[in-house]
Design a protein around this ligand. Structure first.
Ligand code: OAD
Length: 307
């Protein structure tokens, strides 16, 4: 696979974007790789519960852990992934009709209704053992950074405190002109107004979906997520690359590793001398370079660490 720049807006391999078409000008700062900082850990985490002595050995030896999660980590909570055949969102919906700024301009009602459906879905499920395990592991290391491409808030709900949401969060909405951002759970009246139509937003009848408007400038509200072709939140992706380059153990969990710049994080970790462990029932695009691949569903495998 051609190596793609991580200094680029979000681009899915699945949309057939060639490396040469990547846009320049990402505000993500270059990161200098560091080497040889791994020292044996002093805190034995857990005895070997899950059958992977290698994984436990790596955990126990690590001081600085960086994790990248994708849709697969929420699969066992009941949220579909994107690219899994048949069950994935992109097996049933066209991403160019739902997850691009052009799609929103063309048909804001349809896009808003799809995200309203996903907000309902995220609100109706619970964090699973993988989310809980990552929250439980966080305080055990000198440094532990959890980077997620997920927009469902399940990591925070499971108790993780240092979560870098590099693709945004569907529970937030912002004025398309940038005036104001609101979170669905904010107490203020604006939040109530913005998300009031969620329960009834009907994807099959997009013309009747009332997309809320900004009280300051009158522009439409949009989900506060990163769509294909858009820049990632600069500070979050910059910090993610800093953590990846500084960790001694990188966990790649439940992601196809097909979407950049996120997929560049395990590459940065490996280049800096870290071990990369992939937890995924299927091989991700990064699998050939992973130090260890655990072919199991994330919640099933990580359940032993959830207590
Ligand atoms: P994908 O759908 O591309 O990949 C999900 C991965 O999870 C696949 O590799 C599955 O094999 C794996 N998987 C499925 N069930 C699992 C389980 N129980 N445990 C562990 N892994 C499991 O989703 P992402 O990699 O998150 O962006 O996709 C990245 C981005 O592309 C998303 O943020 C989204 C998407 O289009 C936008 O919508 C802008």
């Amino acid at each position: 696979m051609t190596r793609r720049s991580r200094r680029a807006p979000i681009r899915p391999a699945a949309l057939g974007v060639r490396p040469g078409t990547l846009q320049a000008g990402d505000t993500h700062a270059a990161v200098t790789p560091r080497r040889g900082h791994s020292t044996p850990g002093t805190l034995p985490l857990v005895p070997r519960y899950n059958g992977s002595m290698d994984f436990d050995g790596m955990l126990n030896a690590a001081n600085r852990v960086c994790v990248l999660t994708g849709a697969g980590v929420s699969a066992e909570s009941g949220i579909p992934t994107f690219r899994d055949a048949q069950t994935g969102f992109w097996a049933n919906f066209d991403p160019t009709e739902l997850a691009t700024p052009e799609a929103f301009r063309r048909n804001p009602g349809r896009v808003w209704a799809w995200y309203a459906m996903r907000r309902r879905m995220a609100g109706s499920v619970e964090p699973n053992a993988a989310h809980r395990a990552l929250a439980a592991l966080e305080p055990r290391f000198e440094r532990f950074a959890l980077v997620t491409q997920n927009v469902d808030s399940l990591h925070s709900r499971a108790g993780s405190s240092n979560v870098l949401e590099i693709h945004g969060n569907i529970l937030r909405a912002r004025c398309a002109s940038g005036c104001v951002t609101v979170h669905r759970d904010d107490a203020g009246p604006l939040s109530g107004e913005v998300f009031a139509g969620d329960a009834s937003a009907d994807e099959s009848d997009p013309d009747r979906v009332a997309v809320p408007r900004c009280p300051q400038c009158g522009d439409l509200f949009r989900p506060d997520v990163v769509w294909f072709g858009e820049m990632l939140p600069a500070r979050a992706i910059e910090r993610a690359f800093e953590h990846a380059a500084a960790c001694d153990l990188f966990l790649l969990i439940g992601t196809s590793a097909e979407v950049y710049p996120a997929a560049g994080l395990p590459e940065a970790a490996l280049e800096s001398g870290a071990k990369v462990v992939e937890i995924n029932p299927k091989a991700s695009a990064f699998a050939p370079r992973a130090t260890l691949s655990i072919r199991q569903p994330a919640a099933e495998f990580l359940a032993a660490y959830a207590e």
